[in-house]
Design a protein around this ligand. Structure first.
Ligand code: C2E
Ligand code: MG
Ligand code: MG
Ligand code: MG
Length: 283
């Protein structure tokens, strides 16, 4: 009887599982080919000084336009890349592309920081610091203007190696930011040991900062902690003016979010940087 149930279960569920697996494998094969086919590109979302409205940095975010599926949700293919090892060439692509772009901005006098996301696996890759150094050298880009965004989860995957990698990167002058701060297993011990440069308050606390007193308290204490530790603090996911003002009032220096600028092609940010450089324009 048991065997029969097992067999039925298999015959009931296997096709569905199969379809999902096949779909995943197909998408993975497509992602592998996407590099060669030049289906990947990078968009840039401005980070804005809340007090002045000035663009001080840009976060590089990867996009994949699949030939038949269209734009694939980033979280989906990042997860696929992470589980397959493709995240290594993907990050190399994003780093190289965004450093080339940021170097061009710098050459035009727009000396903004460029932020690039790292995945958990990179923090246990002892070769990463050399790869980053090589990319910086290739574009003759100042290390201090590169910010690498890591998550608490990434740090906790292998805290010992993460510490070695972060130390080596900071030794080169590269800055480290804790992304989505507050959503992972926030441990002050790690914050203290790792010596990072920036905290990004996660969108989940920022969105309702005006309406939710708990979120407001979390944002306030995060800003206070960052300030006391001498860290820069960035609020992500700012979608309206009231939220921008509330964070600014809490002492948060920098904001990022749809209200301040969407992730866009480089040309769009270039135009904005150039507009800002001309006094009296755009007022
Ligand atoms: P993240 O690093 O926290 O990036 C911020 C995400 O929030 C981006 O989603 C951005 O488009 C979105 N966002 C920005 N402002 C707002 C807002 O005001 N409201 C809302 N609702 N969303 C906002 P995206 O580009 O889809 O990326 C999702 C995640 O995928 C990123 O989260 C990051 O963890 C990862 N990711 C993106 N690009 C890369 C990459 O090049 N390498 C790696 N390893 N991960 C990446
Ligand atoms: Mg990020
Ligand atoms: Mg984030
Ligand atoms: Mg996020």
């Amino acid at each position: 009887y048991h065997a029969k149930v097992e067999r039925d279960r298999v015959s009931t569920y296997a096709p569905e599982l199969d379809r999902r697996t096949v779909d995943r494998l197909r998408l993975l094969a497509d992602l592998r080919a996407a590099f060669e086919a030049q289906e990947l590109h990078v968009v840039y979302q401005p980070q804005v000084e809340l007090a002045s409205g000035k663009v001080v940095a840009a976060e590089a975010l990867v996009r994949w336009t699949h030939p038949t599926r269209g734009l694939v949700p980033t979280d989906d293919f990042i997860a696929l890349a992470e589980s397959s090892g493709l995240i290594v060439p993907l990050t190399a692509f994003v780093l190289d592309t965004s450093l080339a772009q940021a170097a061009a901005w710098h050459a035009e006098g727009h000396r903004i920081r460029i932020a690039v996301n790292l995945s958990a696996r990179h923090l246990s890759d002892l070769d990463l610091p050399d790869q980053v150094a090589a990319a910086l050298a290739r574009h003759d880009f100042p290390p201090g203007a590169l910010v690498l965004e890591v998550t608490e989860t990434g740090i906790l995957t292998d805290p010992f190696r993460a510490e070695v990698v972060v130390r080596a990167l900071r030794g080169q002058g590269v800055e480290i930011s804790i992304d989505d701060y507050g959503t992972g297993n926030s441990s002050l011990t790690h914050l203290k040991r790792l010596r990072v440069d920036e905290l990004k308050i996660d969108r989940s606390f920022v969105s309702n900062v005006v309406r939710d007193s708990h979120d407001h308290a979390i944002a306030r204490s995060t800003v206070a902690l960052a300030t006391a530790l001498g860290l820069r603090v960035v609020a992500e996911g700012i979608e309206d003016q009231a939220t921008a003002e509330a964070l600014s009032a809490l002492g948060c220096g920098i904001g990022q979010g749809y209200h301040l600028g969407r992730p866009e092609l480089a040309e769009v940010l270039t135009a904005r940087l150039e507009g800002a450089a001309v006094p009296g324009e755009g007022a």
